[in-house]
Design a binder for this molecule. Structure first.
Ligand SMILES: Cc1ncc(COP(=O)(O)O)c(C=O)c1O
Length: 391
């Protein structure tokens, strides 16, 4: 392993000021928001420190060195050939998604397809783009895949755009080649613009093939952009830098109309951190190895101590979707777990209606934290079932 275990929890509480460590009192174990407990990779630290040492702390006006760095990473990782000229900066992934939607949607009342359970801010991003969300839930009984028939119905009813989450947060699902090809064909047939959020893609687990949507879209004649960043896979959210990449000529031309200010609103420290991160694949590989071990540990601990809680095995990333519907904690298990178990997960309800009875856990932590989180979950479930029997 080239990266060290995370520092002890007391130290993280004492030194970090982010939501993860400030939202709840210190007796609540935080396994909610998508931030890692691990230290930032040393080469990234060095590059950011150097940028500061050079007082290179002004404004950006283009993707500069990040464009070729991203193009190289995309080719080496996924065989995706990106023209560096098609790469634009955005403050972060969420801003990139909103700006792309604003360009493609009608001035008012655009309709954007979302596939819940999905990253909660997607709902807000659609609102920010003055559009209306049209939800087509994932198919739970088909391993949380996209509901292509439902998506076609939404497209034919007049949707303007779709916000794809690939890999999907919270299920960690990498959508299959067949699914993405079928989606691109539908989007092409109905003239629907697709924005693909691929921020978790660098963390695909061994044995899984992550497929970027852009080359599939281009092949199918579908209009699409990808928005991504090193912000998740290398834990750099604070540094505020993402890229918007056009998949096809129409979208490349669309992106030339992005507000010029968007580059200036992106952090120069973030740009250098992203460039450094994209060459830190050894650290990333070690991290993925640990995440897979943590997921196995989660499965084993739940099976042993809280078998009514069923995890969904992710294909990528460090988040796991937990099904509490048979655990007796009601519609919002995360609320009960914080109150009674002193462990903070994300509430499933925030991910849309299909999240009722679910919660999301974050595994970017030491194995001891996974064990402690399950201990608290198990104690809460068992106390509730004892109370229910007594009552
Ligand atoms: C699917 C998805 N998109 C975007 C983000 C946020 O990325 P950023 O901080 O670069 O806006 C997250 C964070 O967890 C996410 O899971």
């Amino acid at each position: 392993m080239s990266f060290a275990p995370a520092r002890p929890l007391e130290q993280l509480y004492a030194t970090r000021s982010s939501i993860k460590w400030r939202r709840y009192p210190a007796d609540v174990l935080p396994v909610f928001v998508a931030e890692m407990d691990f230290d930032v990779e040393p080469a990234i630290l060095e590059r950011v420190a150097q940028t500061l040492q050079h007082s290179d702390t002004g404004y950006l006006d283009s993707a500069g060195p990040l464009a070729p760095a991203f193009a190289d990473f995309a080719r080496a990782s996924w065989g995706w050939d990106v023209d560096p000229a098609d790469i634009h900066l955005a403050t972060d992934v969420t801003v990139g998604v909103v700006e792309a939607l604003r360009l493609a949607l009608p001035a008012e009342g655009g309709r954007v397809v979302l596939t819940p359970p999905v990253y909660p801010p997607f709902f807000e991003m659609v609102e920010e783009a003055d559009a209306i969300a049209v939800t087509v839930p994932l198919l739970e009984d088909h391993d949380w895949s996209l509901d292509l028939a439902g998506i076609e119905a939404a497209f034919s009813a007049g949707a303007d755009a779709m916000l794809l989450c690939n890999p999907q947060n919270p299920t960690g699902r990498c959508h299959s080649s067949e699914t993405l090809q079928a989606l691109a064909a539908l989007a092409s047939r109905y003239g629907v613009f697709v924005v693909s959020d691929e921020v978790h893609a660098p963390l695909a687990h061994p044995g899984t093939r992550f497929l970027p949507f852009a080359p599939i879209a281009r092949e199918a004649g579908c209009r699409a952009v990808t928005v991504t960043s090193a912000s998740k896979a290398w834990n750099l959210a604070a540094l505020k830098c993402a890229v918007i990449v056009a998949a096809d000529e129409w979208s490349a031309s669309l992106l030339t109309a992005l507000p010029q200010e968007l580059a200036a609103r992106t952090s120069i420290l973030g740009l250098h951190a992203n460039v450094a991160a994209l060459s830190c694949v050894g650290w990333r590989d070690d991290l993925v190895g640990l995440l897979v071990e943590n997921y196995r540990l989660l499965e084993a601990e739940l099976a042993a101590h809280a078998p009514s809680v069923r995890p969904v095995r992710p294909d990528a990333g460090y988040l796991a979707w937990l099904d509490f519907r048979d655990a007796g904690l009601g519609d919002d298990p995360a609320a009960v777990l914080i109150e009674e178990g002193r462990v903070a997960l994300n509430s499933g309800l925030a991910f849309g209606e299909p999240g009722r009875g679910f919660a999301r856990i974050n595994l970017a932590c030491n194995p001891s934290t996974v064990i402690e989180a399950v201990r608290r979950i198990a104690a809460t479930v068992s106390a509730r079932s004892t109370a229910a029997l007594a009552g």
